[in-house]
Design a protein around this ligand. Sequence first.
Ligand code: FAD
Ligand code: FES
Ligand code: FES
Length: 1354
Amino acid sequence: MGSLKKEGEMEQIGDEFTEAILYVNGVRRVLPDGLAHMTLLEYLRGLGLTGTKLGCGEGGCGACTVMVSNYDRTSNKCIHYAVNACLAPLYSVEGMHVISIEGVGHRKHGLHPLQESLASSHGSQCGFCTPGFVMSMYALLRSNKTPPSEEEIEESLAGNLCRCTGYRPIVDAFRVFAKTNDALYSGLSSLSLQDGSSICPSTGKPCSCGDGRFQPISYSDTDGAKYTEKELIFPPELLLRKLAPLKLRGDGGMIWYRPVRLQYLLHLKAKHPEAKLLVGNTEVGIEMRLKRLQYQVLICVGQVPELNTVNVNDNGVEIGSALRLSELLKLFRKVVKERPAHETSACKAFIEQLKWFAGTQIRNVASVGGNICTASPISDLNPLWMASRAEFKIINCYGDVRSVRARDFFSGYRKVDMESNEILLSVLIPWTRPLEYVKEFKQAHRREDDIAIVNGGMRVFLEERGGELFVSEAIVAFGGVAPVTLRARKTEEFLIGKSWSKGLLQDALKVIQSDVLIDEDAPGGMVEFRKSLVLSFFFKFFLWVTHHLRDVKQALETFPPSYTSAVQSFARPCRAGRQDYETVRQGTAVGLPEVHLSARMQVTGEAEYTDDTPVPPNTLHAALVLSKMPHARIISIDDSESKSSPGFAGLFLAKDVPADNKIGPVVADEELFATDVVTCVGQVIGVVVADTHENAKAAAGKVEVEYEELPAILSIKEAIATKSFHPNTEKMLKKGDVEICFQSGQCDRIIEGEVQMGSQEHFYMEPHGSLVWTSDGGNEVHMISSTQDPHRHQLYVSHVLGLPMSKVVCKTKRIGGGFGGKETRSAFIAAAASVPSYLLNRPVKLILDRDVDMMISGHRHSFVGKYKVGFTNEGKVLAYDLEIYNNGGNSLDLSQAVLEIAMFNSDNVYEIPHVRIRGNVCFTNYPSNTAFRGFGGPQGMLITENWIQRIAAELDRSPEEIKEKNFQVEGSITHYSQTLQHCTLHQLWKELKLSCNFLKARRDVDEFNSHNRWKKRGVAMVPTKFGVSFTKTFMNQAGALVHVYTDGTVLVTHGGVEMGQGLHTKVAQVAASAFNIPLSSVFVSETSTDKVPNASPTAASLSSDMYGAAVLDACEQIKARMDPVASKLSFNSFAELASACYFQRIDLSAHGFYIVPDVGFDWISGKGDPFRYYTYGAAFAEVEIDTLTGDFHTRTVDIKLDLGYSLNPAIDIGQIEGAFVQGLGWVALEEVKWGDAAHKWIKPGNLVTCGPGNYKIPSINDIPFNFNVSLLKGNPNSKGIHSSKAVGEPPFFLASSVLFAIKDAVKAARAEVGLGSEWFPLDTPATPERIRMACFDEFTCPFVSSDFCPELSV
Ligand SMILES: Cc1cc2nc3c(=O)[nH]c(=O)nc-3n(C[C@H](O)[C@H](O)[C@H](O)COP(=O)(O)OP(=O)(O)OC[C@H]3O[C@@H](n4cnc5c(N)ncnc54)[C@H](O)[C@@H]3O)c2cc1C
Ligand code: FES
Ligand code: FES
């Protein structure tokens, strides 16, 4: 029974409660007491509403987005908003209506137009993010009275991450709901193809937009008249219901209060001074879930009317402390329209700052007071409250109110001037006066939805005296530079009374340097960057004020026009994209841009992933016991505390493993559970099982391990210095003789250098997970796993349990992204879960939390390449000598193969007569690194493109010219002796150069740069060649099982896994065309080791080729058996034929098999054909950087790829865009940071970037403004299934065009200080820190020299 007191009756009625309720998708639910610890997400998923996903649990990915509707009693309106269910406490939505994806549309009852549009636009690949996107958009539509603008749509999606699509199709799917762009969907605006048909800008398919299929969807169609009958209404009971206080309980004695009057809140605060207040729970929730802080008394103050007041009067605006940030944004936007411009300088600054504050879901719940009282040193708003003369009204539990100036409120690290019996009541922000200017600043890793590295709020109030302007008041405040929001007091004092002039700027910049001091080992690192940002921000502020003063004071000393670039803020234009391809139809389905077969299930949330599978009764939940040391001997393990933990059911260690504890995909050099020594932080020591996931985690956390620390190797450089390599991994490839060439004098120049690149986290949206159970009295073991390699799961589980493989089955229906991360590392999860499952004879589910997943499951390998290159003065490369090292981590895993692929790809597309490549896999004390899209290829190619750039710099030529001079041609022989056949590189390059109008782009960029001192643009073109095949010959095999049923439908099973890449769709297309039946007659259910045995992992971009061919083989066998019947009689349908065959006793089932022919490489001779064929491509990118902050955006990307005759061009375009954006993350955004010599502020061997809060994958705002993809036409591939080519990995490297365009822009910036011709390195990822520090200027030179490179974990 819920416990809810009626308003105002609290004290009188004592314990007389009525029920607490919630509506979920129109259904009334009574909320029982005792769930105060529970999130809305846990509750919904517990109800079986598993469409809402758990991606991160920290508000950073949007997978858990639902819509909350609440009746606002002040405005008498229903308000609808998107929230992150993973952070929303269940009781925080009491009395509200929650709509999850299941309440929006359903395949059986009809999809919502949003869902239809997303599915048909190819906006869902793996589908794990999809319900979240739909819900964000749905909430936007329902909350807007008028159709939203395209900008609003993109803004509303900023808190949703997708790792597969590259976002473009999602934007396109939703922009049809915008009011602005009806013209886009007229035939006129579609891009015309040569044959007269056109490409729809929404779907990327040839279509006739006028035929009604892709009509713009007007708002009323969605939320109004036409769709009303399907839209869930706000429950009338909730309209009539009176808001009442709540007192409910949760686990561990937790008490949840919801006062609805200030008086009662103050009474509670007096009674429980230690209580935590909360509104959005976006801070408290993180503290409790991630930092594991315990709060016994929680007081939810979001519905206290006195804390939600807004009062706009002549003095300014007074804002209640519980006001949500999205409401604050609306309020400021309104007052800016209504009040005189000079009064709202501060409001405008807040508007700008709030634009980049978190995502919409967070802003919808996070409160003004929550942000202020948390007193985070990187709060985005606190520097602005300080700057804008805000006053905080504080009330104590006796009702006494006092005011504190914001600038005096923050007293230390997360400390404020407030007693435990006080709360923040409201904030008063005064209007600004004429000649008073307030400005916001923020620089983060990623522009959108990211916490700041440094932010700031600055204000000056000027007075005119004797024709001059003097500073009368000044506030200069920074976040991110100290444990507290810092006022640069000396600078403020210095400014006061001074005349506003250029001279003042120079002097003030000197004072600031002594004012803002950051310790060398300050938490967060990036010390030089942060110091430079402080100066750059102040410079920007000075320019900005001066710029504004021109309107009032023309005679003012001004800066050159090119300096305006420093004050222009980033404006997000609407995206545009073009997808151009030919459709070569083969049979009924092959070649057509069919929609992903699961798309309609994914957009409705019906698609099941591992964690969604209903669990068998008696299921236990598992959590891992992990090493906390990078290298140590285990002295003892104490499980006494853990055993008494609630729900504990068992702890299993190495000694409990029934058979062999040693495993590994290539070499068995890993232990399932560590025995004596741990070799990385995050190594698994054991597994705890308990009745719930939370209890398992708590019990695992209580296992005490005592260690004896041993020396650790924490970088490639340390590994090289100590010769710490994995055994037998040294490899060499050779062509010609580099030594002779270098000595011969043929090379006019010889350069030597080093390229290093960081690693990358896979960040598949669905974390690792496995559900394992036994059957038949424990004689068999079954599992459902999120893996790219069910076969390996079967193998590992049978190995550690000592069972024959025939008794172990692994099934995988679909996975929420893999990208290589679930090729081998997933098998450890299944094997760990199998031990307790087998020993206890109970089902065990092990789903990794995002932070654990990121910490233990390995990354893309970081690499170091030491090169020596000889070339002529004309730019012809003659010799290339490379030593290449990758960071394997603490076990070999696939690192050897990754290194080999890097070595193979080290020529990229260049003909080099003399090549020597020597490689080694470094052993380091990190979790084993593993496969990741490209599998080492991008790293090998990136080293090459780096020295190509350097040659261009040496010779003062363009990099593109050097590339063209060295291109391979038809018949070129690689350094591993494979001959290039059907090389389409030149054609692609030529077509791309024309389509992007490279020469004009170059001229335009140069022109722009000459007029803009502080913003620079850059362009680059990059080619790629990617060999397709597993380099281990035996892996190039595939099996399939095809059944034809008497109703004419076909069930296909094959060894490949559907992870969003559309494999099942393509394979089904192959089967449909083979039998000449519609695609809808073919079904691919799941991947299962008992249907197709011994399958290779779904990897190497090869699966469509291999499984398509295996399925075709099976279909041909069945067809051959059917042919005699078919030739005798005529049948009206395939069903009739199948039925007739059945009666003729013909076997309608066949096993198909395929081996990739003619591949193999011998490392001893260094010769062979490791690849079946190559996929070629090229890309152009144009970027713009802010040289003062390192902020950048990609203006245009044009990609051209040769995919032969694409099996499904729409899916292939999705792969290209997705790979490119993932690659963009690798080259420019995603930085993995470990505790190493470069990052002393992190504990040694620990990963600090282990969640979306710290690790930034591209968001919707990071994709190119113009994103064009085209496929080469008229080039069938004789070596691929139905003349197609592999697509998954090849486009990834093309994202380096963005990196090199950035470098081009940095070069222009350096030219401004006379460094234009000097070569400079730019490590990957080129984050804002690296970009800014490479743009050497007067604001960086006090701290670093021009060759400074920020440290990088490699
Ligand atoms: C994904 C994500 C992104 C984020 N991005 C940003 C960002 O870009 N910039 C940024 O600055 N922050 C960011 N944050 C931090 C956070 O969202 C903000 O600090 C937010 O404003 C906190 O508000 P809340 O209502 O959720 O606080 P809660 O978690 O509900 O409460 C936070 C604290 O404030 C106290 N408190 C709340 N109201 C009062 C009151 N009236 N009187 C006294 N104490 C009170 C509580 O006791 C508690 O200690 C982000 C957080 C997440 C999870
Ligand atoms: S799961 Fe909630 S935001 Fe990621
Ligand atoms: S489709 Fe978005 S994460 Fe896979």
